[in-house]
Design a protein around this ligand. Structure first.
Ligand code: NAI
Ligand code: MG
Length: 375
């Protein structure tokens, strides 16, 4: 039987609620599609940090190296500095495994009204640069504790880093509407963003079927709210992509629905799949967490593993639940996390009894991405 070894890092907060819930659904899918997932549970995160002083073991990265993928919930704790939690676990994994593509689809799911703009169609893929840019370790502080206290933070953009993410985005755009928006801020950031613009333009010029539109990030945020259907594929730097993906998800209903694939495209090292949202300390332990972002991330993981049918079945199951009006409170519904999962499991099982029913309806969800991911 096809078996995949996946490391699960549920992490903190609602990560510990949505990750195990999604694992249950993936196991059900696996049973029906004749594969098996060998989960390696990692109790890494803030509890470990509070007990041992480290988010993960010193050889944590090496422990993940031989796996087929990483399934992450979220990390972050109200009592611990976010730089410790994110830079102690999440960001080192992205970097050590050269997961330089961060693919974040946002789509208006069935049964959900978009926020702000009524009846808009929303089907956007944000391709975020994931290992350099504004999130860099280069910087420091000086004169601390004095009135002259200062901090500086260096952005770091490389030609290679921009080219590879722009290439992927252009390729993806060519399989969709042939339109690529590049998020920029070259009117304010004197050096980095003009370099970004030039490199993106050079790269996209190699894709004659793709029209490139460079949009200033401030204007782009307004456009995402007012005319989300004017945008299809976006290529963005680490910071801009991060901000845009919460915004796009909220416009499409809730930050709780959005998935994120941190991909190492040459597959030499494992990729990581997680929801876009964080640990949501305000709703922890209340059964209010929407598991859709984690489930959709699970579907992206299955696609990456080559289990396209299982991925489609998983997406189909949560989409059918939503289409029936079953949703968590962030989407205006009234069910709990576990009630939503029960509904998803019910749909997975009923689809298995009637092979083929409904599964293909979501096949276009990630048009092009599956093909890209499995290159
Ligand atoms: P957040 O995404 O955790 O929460 C923002 C708001 O959205 C909150 O009101 C929360 O209740 C709501 N929300 C988020 N996910 C939801 C879901 N699945 N269902 C229903 N409502 C949901 O962002 P916040 O509050 O800025 O960060 C909290 C912690 O998470 C921080 O420590 C932060 O550093 C960390 N974080 C971790 C990430 C990761 O592990 N990849 C990503 C983003 C934040
Ligand atoms: Mg974020």
């Amino acid at each position: 039987m096809r078996t995949y070894t996946i490391d699960v890092i549920a992490g903190d907060g609602i990560g510990k609620e949505v990750a195990p819930a999604a694992v249950t659904c993936i196991d059900e899918i696996a049973a029906q599609h004749e594969f098996r997932v060998a989960w390696r549970d990692r109790d890494w995160g803030s509890d470990r940090y509070l007990a041992d002083g480290a988010m993960m073991p010193a050889d944590g990265i090496d422990q993940l190296r031989d796996g087929d993928g990483i399934f992450l919930g979220a990390v972050g704790h109200p009592d611990i500095d976010d730089t410790v939690t994110l830079w102690g676990l999440l960001i080192p994994i992205r970097r050590a495994f050269q997961q330089y593509l961060n693919i974040r689809p946002v789509r208006l799911l069935p049964g959900i009204q978009p926020r702000v703009t009524r009846n808009a169609e929303i089907d956007v893929v944000i391709v975020r640069e994931n290992v350099e840019g504004e999130y860099s370790e280069v910087g420091g502080r000086a004169y601390e504790g004095t009135p002259e206290a200062m901090a500086f933070q260096q952005s770091l953009f490389t030609k290679r880093g921009i080219t590879r993410v722009a290439e992927y985005a252009a390729q993806l755009a060519s399989t969709r509407r042939g339109h690529l928006v590049s998020a920029t801020k070259s009117n304010g950031l004197l050096h980095s963003m003009p370099f970004w613009d030039e490199t993106v333009a050079e790269t996209v010029a190699r894709f004659p079927g793709v029209e490139l539109e460079s949009v200033l990030i401030d204007a782009l945020t307004a456009r995402m709210v007012l005319a989300p259907n004017s945008v299809d594929v976006i290529v963005a730097s680490n910071l801009f992509g991060d901000i845009l993906s919460d915004l796009a998800a909220a416009v499409a209903g809730s930050i709780g629905i959005a998935p994120s694939a941190n991909v190492n495209p040459d597959r030499a090292m494992p990729s990581m799949f997680e929801p876009v949202h964080g640990t949501a300390p305000d709703i922890v332990g209340k059964g209010l967490a929407n598991p859709v972002g984690q489930l959709w991330a699970g579907a992206m993981m299955l696609e990456h593993l080559g289990e396209a049918q299982g991925a489609a079945a998983l997406r189909g199951a949560f989409e059918r639940a939503l289409a029936d009006g079953v949703s968590t409170p962030d989407l205006g519904g009234s069910v709990s996390t576990s009630e939503f999962i029960d509904e998803v499991l019910k749909h997975i099982r009923s689809t298995a009894k009637a092979p083929g029913s409904g599964v293909t309806s979501t096949g276009t969800l990630l048009r092009g991405v599956a093909a890209q991911l499995s290159r």
